[in-house]
Design a protein around this ligand. Structure first.
Ligand code: BT5
Length: 240
């Protein structure tokens, strides 16, 4: 199976994740990818906005893993690893991963992953993996403190087509490993890029606040946080 077969390209869409969902509902095969030059309503998680100026990379892939709906969440950090590997393929930089879904270069965000499950009855019909990468087009000034672009960090012009090719290849490879062995199969590569290890963190885990120190990531893909009570395992949540 290859992610990127077929590819649907658009000049402008509201959100590539919505286009991919529409295609998935029409029965599009696993591996189908939607790409757009810009998004008018690019989304992050929990209704947040993804700044999507024309010229950066906006990609959504349709996956149809034969797994339980409850086993889908670790696909997000796994795909984050695929982005980090692709970034390092095309630019002379080190990419770090901030659980669950951010890819950082030089401490700033170059990419985010938004996975959305499509459930039919009690079955997982598809997982839409949406990825935005700031290749080279500058972002709104209000993001300057927290976000960066690949071209800026690499101090050279990184071409979008290059990043696209590397990303589809790495996604295909990481997805195959995930299907074989779950998150555990990519755990070591992920952990070696963990941006939160040894850092003070506060996590919002469904309304429960947990403060401590980043202590790696579990074989399941959950975040490990060392607190006064010992190491807590956080399956889903937000780093505050
Ligand atoms: C994410 O959300 O990081 C997931 C972003 C996924 C975007 C892709 S683009 C293709 C596909 N189609 C979509 O509609 N979405 C996906 P989250 O962790 O919630 O982070 C959002 C936060 O990141 C915002 O609140 C800003 O603080 C920051 N942000 C917004 N735009 C950014 C950008 N272009 N680069 C870096 N940070 C950004």
């Amino acid at each position: 199976m290859r992610i990127g077969k077929p590819v649907h390209r658009f000049a402008s869409v509201a959100s590539t994740n919505d286009e991919a969902k529409r295609l998935a509902a029409e029965g599009a095969p696993e591996g189908t990818v939607v790409l757009a030059d810009e998004q008018s309503a690019g989304r992050g998680r929990r209704g947040r906005v993804w700044a999507s100026p024309k010229g950066n990379l906006y990609l959504s892939a349709i996956l149809r893993p034969r797994i339980e709906p409850g086993a889908a969440p670790p696909l997000a950090p796994a795909m984050g690893l695929a982005v980090a590997l692709a970034v390092e393929d095309v630019a002379p930089v080190t990419a770090e991963l901030k659980w669950p879904n951010d890819v950082l270069v030089g401490g700033k965000k170059v990419s985010g992953v938004l996975t959305e499950s499509v459930i039919s009855g009690s079955k997982l019909a598809a997982v839409i993996v949406g990825i935005g990468v700031n290749v080279g087009v500058e972002l709104p000034p209000e993001l300057a403190e927290i976000a960066t672009t690949l071209s800026r960090e690499a101090v050279r012009n990184v071409r979008r087509a290059e990043m696209e090719g590397a990303l589809l290849q790495r996604m295909t490879e990481v997805y195959a490993r995930f299907l074989e062995g779950g998150f555990a199969a990519v755990h070591e590569d992920w952990e070696s890029r963990d941006a939160l290890r040894g850092r003070k963190v506060t996590i919002d885990a469904g309304g429960r606040k947990i403060a401590g120190e980043g202590s790696g990531i579990a074989q399941s893909g959950a975040l490990l946080v060392r607190t006064e009570r010992g190491v807590e395992e956080i399956a889903t949540g937000e780093v505050l």
